[in-house]
Design a protein around this ligand. Structure first.
Ligand code: CUA
Length: 356
């Protein structure tokens, strides 16, 4: 970390893909310089060489040159393809979530970041993570657009209202790193930030055991489902079942009234809680009331986590894992469809990230 007060020339690099971003950036600068210098030199050389106005007023006629035109088409094409390839590789590494790792749920809110660990710890504007571990973040926002930006990790992604976006990193150096909101979101946008604390694994374990604070997302989701919101009265199964079956659906196609099918992913579960009438599962009546305005984004994340656990899926993993101890016992089924979840959700979110 920088201890001096001046602005560092190059920011800390503390994630597994930070060097890739840096190399790509250096490459872009070198390419720009390699094209800019000859242009500037040519301006001066021609300016001096052709400064006699009368002599060069009528230029010689040029009838084209196939060789020249081919060369100046192919070389820039090759150069731009290397830029494309470099960018694609970095993008692919950054926005394709690994299967294993630690899950963290993040909700942006004017003007703070709320973090929730899979193990139940909650933090505001601080995120403690172990070094050398894949950290997978599922993110949304309670109000407007925000953007989760950790410069030292060379990673940034928008938190978009009404949708989940995903980000991952693997921190390589213990330390304290700035966390920013990188999308103007109102009056206190500039104050919407904090720190990511990367800790040695032992230190993190100690932090974790010293900060147990109530329910895990799955437990909170189950509590909402069974008690506070009463979802279980229709969805729990048995003779009372009037709502669609939720066990084992995650990552699978669900048949809707009208013959369409939809992939039961995180976005679908969220939408079905807020706007239940939009996609009615085949064989059921449109009787579910909307929960819009009654549940916060944090609660929605917990409900989604719980409903996923009914299919044996935890966190943002792309393949169903074994059912955790906290989840209701359900036979986990392998689902190739689940692999589409992250791909779909990442593409647009990551795309908007590139432009900033
Ligand atoms: Cu949140 Cu800017």
């Amino acid at each position: 970390m920088q201890t001096t007060s001046w602005i560092p020339f190059w920011p800390d690099a503390a994630s597994s893909f930070a060097w890739q971003v840096d190399y790509l950036y250096i490459y872009l600068i070198l390419v720009s310089v390699a094209f800019s210098i000859p242009i500037v030199v040519a301006i001066f050389v021609f300016g001096i060489k052709f400064h006699e106005k009368e002599k060069y007023a009528t230029p010689d006629e040029i009838h084209g040159s196939i060789v020249l035109e081919t060369v100046w088409s192919i070389i820039p094409f090759m150069v731009s393809m290397t830029i494309f390839l470099g960018g694609a590789i970095v993008y692919y590494n950054q926005y394709r979530l690994p299967d294993d790792g630690m899950n963290v749920y993040v909700v942006g809110k004017q003007w703070m970041w709320k973090m929730q660990h899979e193990t139940g710890q909650r933090e505001i504007n601080e995120l403690h993570v172990p070094v050398g571990t894949n950290i997978k973040i599922t993110m949304t926002t309670e109000d407007v657009l925000h953007s989760f930006f950790i410069p030292a990790f060379r990673t940034k992604i928008d938190a978009v209202p009404g949708r989940y976006t995903y980000l991952w990193f693997n921190a390589t150096k213990p330390g304290k790193y700035h966390l920013f909101c990188a999308e103007y979101c109102g009056l206190n946008h500039s104050g919407m930030g904090g720190y990511v604390y990367v800790m040695e694994k032992d230190d993190f374990a100690a932090w974790q055991s010293g900060n147990v604070s109530g329910q895990t997302p799955i437990e909170q989701g189950r509590d909402l489902f069974e008690n506070k919101l009463g979802c279980a009265s229709c969805h729990a199964g048995g003779p009372q079942q009037r709502g669609a079956k939720l066990e084992g659906i995650f990552g699978h196609d669900v048949k809707l009234v009208g013959g369409q099918t939809v992939l039961a992913d995180e976005a679908y579960i969220r939408d079905s809680i807020l706007n239940p009438g939009a996609k009615i599962v085949e064989g059921y009546q449109p009787i579910m009331p909307t929960f819009k305005g009654q549940v916060t984004e944090e609660q929605l994340l917990s409900l989604v986590a719980y409903i996923k656990s009914l299919s044996g899926v935890t966190g943002t993993t792309t393949t169903p894992a074994a059912a955790p101890a906290t989840a209701k016992p359900v036979a986990p089924t392998a689902s190739p469809a689940a692999n589409r979840t992250n791909g779909n959700a990442n593409a647009p979110a990551g795309g908007s990230n590139v432009n900033k």
